[in-house]
Design a protein around this ligand. Sequence first.
Ligand code: SF4
Length: 445
Amino acid sequence: MTKSLNIGLVSLGCPKALVDSEHIITSLRAQGYSFSADYAGADIVIVNSCGFINSAKAESLEAIGEAIDKNGKVIVTGCLGVEEQLIRSIHPKVLAISGPHQYEEVIRAVHKYLPPEPNPFTNLVPQQGLKLTPKHYSYLKISEGCNNSCSFCIIPNIRGPLKSRPIASILYEAERLVKAGTKELLIISQDTGAYGMDIKYAKSKYYGKEIEAKFSELANYLAKLNIWVRFHYIYPYPHIDAILPLMADSKILPYLDIPFQHASPKILKSMRRPANQEKTLNRIKKWRKICPDLAIRSTFIVGFPGESEEDFEFLLDWIKEAEIDRIGCFEYEPVDGAKANQLGNQIDPKIKSERYERLMQVAQDISAKRLALRVGQVTELLVDKIDFANNRAIARSKWDAPDIDGVVYIEGIKSIKEGDFCQVKITASDNYDLWGIKVKNNGQT
Ligand code: SF4
């Protein structure tokens, strides 16, 4: 009998990196490798690193160091992989280094340092591939890279220009995931609204029918799957309007994740963002008229070079007027290689953290106010986890994405399972989360 070859995987960074990790483990599983949940049981460790900002780089370097200390045989891939010299200068023992979505390089390195054993019985991989998320939700990556050039970001240098997948391959993958138990699809990329622009909306055949690689077509077809479909990393381009009627019709979740980053026209210009705040505010108001239930999630950067108190207050007022439901905030960090590093008037760290606190207070007030409006409603939830110790289930509503938004705690766990949809009456709210009680089909608790 052949000995199983075990691989350890440390996956850092955003959902896009997580999808890369899923591709890597799927390929390796297909070749007969097994996986170990700890360093001791692994014959080799792959670290899928993040290099988005300096603090993420530091975390990745630390993870690489830990893997070397605890295992010794380490392959590095992912966004930080483009900085091979930096990694080698700190961790000379790393066996191989590759950049993001270079799956073949990773597989080649694994073959070199842990050659596969020929075994006809191990080639058993589910058709939908292996996932790192729970069975009931899956990330679906529709494109790689980005054609924008935001001055604080080095993603286009790391991941390259926009490269959209053919629409048929996305739809077939979506179907495979649904057949395997996915109840919620989270659509991701660097710039989801730009889908298809690079390939000039090239058609591909889906069940014999030629379909254009357009954002609106993608949304229309995904809407037919009759599951939860959630869009992330959208920019407020005019053609996004097309999915609002689908949201109002409950075909697509009424949720948009739009990283606005700022609102002051001066700062947006200096950030080289692909949107105009005034038109954006009107667009949000228009969206909420079409779909009053819409929840908007966004991220903002405070303390960008040149951000005056006036710019910052403009941002706070804009956030209040736009009533952004869910907010993540970062203090500006110069990232090696980003154009914004050359801008003058860097902001004092104390001012940055004071602005961070002020913005998060505004975010919390809006979140608390908007969540309080949900109390008394009966809504459908997807159960992520059963918390046996506290006799409750942890679930999400259509307004909550996994890991980044709040949750809904359902009191009691009788006849509730992970991955179930259930109707829940919302009974209480706090700043970020909700509480509720499961209701029967007749609406009784
Ligand atoms: S849109 Fe801007 S911030 Fe987002 S990946 Fe592209 S360049 Fe970076």
